[in-house]
Unconditional design. Structure first.
Length: 245
């Protein structure tokens, strides 16, 4: 029996990188999946991949910054699978630019997706979890929620917000059987890195390599399953040693 046998898991940003690796691992552990993303093309491909391997999976196109589209995620999940047990709240965008060149619109966009989006989807899930009497959320923050770095003020502020949002929500629902934790990845080889110099990122990491999405998925599975049954309001930093420096 899988660690998520017959659980229904919603994964935002679930068609690429860390989200897609987690979808594959969750499916192998018996979960039914709702993959949420704005990228319909990738969504259709991974939905078909999981179905062809015998898993139950649907793709829902949604922008996590739209309240209406976020509500639709949970309406579709309930009408398709009848319940929701797990949210991996993972959609995000990167942003690297010197602060003196950053426009307010760019700041707002980053914070809107990386912090407001996490709040909106968490809130919608919590409403369902309260009705059901239980639930688990894993938010994706970043090691940059713990330490600063030059050139990504908006991203780092948003991710720091996710870390403390996670603490606050964890405390708020601790007595109501809803556990809420965060994943804080280091540099992971996914499309979000774009053309960032891989050698620079590798050298900055004590283990002298980038992390793999599959290594993040294992940490997410820990926090999403009963293996972490006494953990809430906290973060798991998986960064090849970066924040230990
Ligand atoms: N890769 C890294 O080095 C790294 C490090 C720390 C944190 N993270 C975080 O991990 C998460 C996953 O990123 P990834 O590395 O897998 O990158 P990725 O680009 O492969 O995946 C991110 C996904 O989020 C989706 N997305 C973006 N904005 C969205 C929106 N408004 N609504 C719905 N979907 C949206 C994208 O379409 C994409 O599929 C992000 O929150 C990111 O900030 C990544």
């Amino acid at each position: 029996m899988g660690k998520l046998q017959d659980k229904v898991a919603v994964i935002t940003g679930g068609v690429s990188g860390i989200g897609a690796a987690t979808a594959r691992l969750f499916a192998s552990e018996g979960a039914k999946l709702v993959l949420v993303d704005m990228n319909e093309e990738k969504g259709t491909v991974i939905e078909e991949e999981l179905k062809s391997q015998g898993s139950e999976a649907i793709f829902v196109k949604a922008d996590v910054t739209s309240e209406e589209e976020v509500n639709n995620i949970f309406e579709t999940t309930l009408s398709t699978f009848g319940k929701v047990d797990v949210l991996f709240n993972n959609a995000g965008i990167g942003a690297v630019k010197p602060t003196e060149e950053l426009t307010y619109a760019e700041w707002r966009k980053t914070v809107e997706v990386d912090l407001d989006g996490v709040f909106l989807v968490a809130q919608a899930a919590i409403k369902e979890f309260l009705k059901a009497g239980s639930g688990v959320i894993v938010n994706t923050a970043s090691m940059y929620g713990w330490v600063g770095s030059p050139g990504s003020a908006a991203y780092n502020a948003a991710k720091g917000g996710v870390v403390n949002l996670t603490r606050s929500l964890g405390l708020e629902y601790a007595e109501r059987n809803i556990r809420i934790n965060a994943l804080c990845p280091g540099f992971i080889e996914t499309p979000i890195l774009g053309d960032t110099d891989r050698e620079f990122l590798t050298n900055a990491t004590p283990m002298k390599r980038l992390g793999k999405p599959e290594e993040m998925a294992k940490a997410v599975l820990f926090m999403a399953s009963d293996d972490s049954s006494f953990m809430t309001g906290n973060s798991l930093v998986v960064d090849g040693g970066y924040t230990a420096q």
